[in-house]
Write a protein that binds this ligand. Structure first.
Ligand code: ADP
Ligand code: MG
Length: 309
């Protein structure tokens, strides 16, 4: 089996999307981008033992690789349509490829995106996905937060970090939060015209809110007791839940800011997208992210936000 056979066997028919004038098989894909929309493009790489444990099930790696990439365009309020996939892998393992492609397919079908091209090489296990999304209005960026805006987060936090920290010894309730993240695409779209800034929580709440604050030249105050924490986490890990909820990444929820006049819209919006949306704090003029109660009650045991270098 060579690279061409691998593509035929495992990657030729993943997901679906309209507008593919020419898909996999030629030197490049040709996509019909509708008039009056902007193309929103995001690339992300996943490296074994850096982004996922080496013994993680291939089916979950497939789902997670795509879902974590879709989360970036969701945070812009864009609708993902197509993606490319490059794979570096140490050996040809048909059962790994079959499982990986089935997880990838499930995610592509769930979120209606189509695989339109890629590349395969031999090397350490590394996956890179580029998502192409469309947007007919102004993008939701990190830079629009202003003092007085409310800070919100969707869903719950800390579950993915707890799953990863306990992997693989304890089968736990939160494993799907790490293995099967749900990109908040509908929420991102619904936040256009409502939120002033948004980001997906991939590096940890405080780090990612810090990115909004830096891009917006402001700061934020977060109330620890208002941060929505994954079910059961506080009871199981009274010492560590705050760390995971505040600095653990990988939950792929959206953190966003809303000007006070538009805050009354949030409740109906939450119902419409079927997600809890919790207010966790307020944007302030002074730079930096402050936690209430402060460091006396909580000190990070790990560095805030993942750093590769
Ligand atoms: P070349 O490198 O000689 O241009 P490739 O083998 O990279 O050709 O690609 C042949 C076709 O298969 C292209 O259309 C490419 O987009 C597609 N392809 C290669 N690898 C993947 C992959 N992992 N997933 C999807 N499509 C792929
Ligand atoms: Mg190529």
């Amino acid at each position: 089996m060579n690279e061409f056979d691998i593509v035929d066997e495992y990657f030729s028919d993943i997901g679906s999307a309209s507008g593919v004038e020419l898909g996999i098989g030629d030197d490049a894909a040709v996509l019909a981008v509708p008039e009056d929309v902007a193309l929103v493009v995001s690339a992300d790489m996943l490296v074994e033992s850096v982004h996922f444990p080496h013994d993680m099930a291939a089916v979950d790696i497939g789902w997670r690789a795509l879902a974590s990439n879709l989360s970036d365009t969701a945070a812009m309020g864009a609708r993902p349509r197509w993606f490319t996939l490059t794979i570096s892998m140490p050996e040809l393992d048909p059962s790994w490829l079959s499982d990986f492609s089935s997880g990838l397919r499930a995610c592509a079908e769930r979120y209606s995106v189509g695989l339109v091209g890629g590349d395969i090489t031999r090397g350490p296990l590394t996956l890179s996905i580029t998502v192409l999304a469309v947007q007919s209005s102004d993008a939701l960026t990190r830079s629009g937060a202003r003092a007085g805006d409310g800070v919100f987060v969707s869903g719950t936090l800390g579950g993915a970090a707890a799953a990863l920290a306990n992997h693989p010894t304890v089968p736990n309730t939160w494993i799907d939060r790490f293995a099967r993240p749900q990109p908040r695409i509908e929420l991102g779209e619904a936040l256009i015209g409502v939120a002033s800034a948004a980001i997906d929580v991939s590096d940890g709440l405080l780090a990612d809110l810090g990115h909004i604050c830096r891009a917006s030249n402001c700061g934020a105050r977060v109330l620890l007791e208002d941060v929505p924490v994954a079910d059961g986490l506080k009871d199981c890990f009274p010492e560590r839940w705050a760390d995971w909820a505040l600095t653990g990444g990988d939950d792929y929820e959206l953190c966003f800011t809303v000007p006070s006049v538009r805050i009354p819209k949030i409740e109906a919006l939450a119902q419409r997208v079927g997600l809890s949306l919790s207010r966790i704090g307020t944007i302030e003029a002074a730079e930096g992210v402050r936690l209430d109660p402060g460091a006396a009650d909580w000190r990070p045991t790990a560095q805030v936000g993942y750093r590769h270098f």
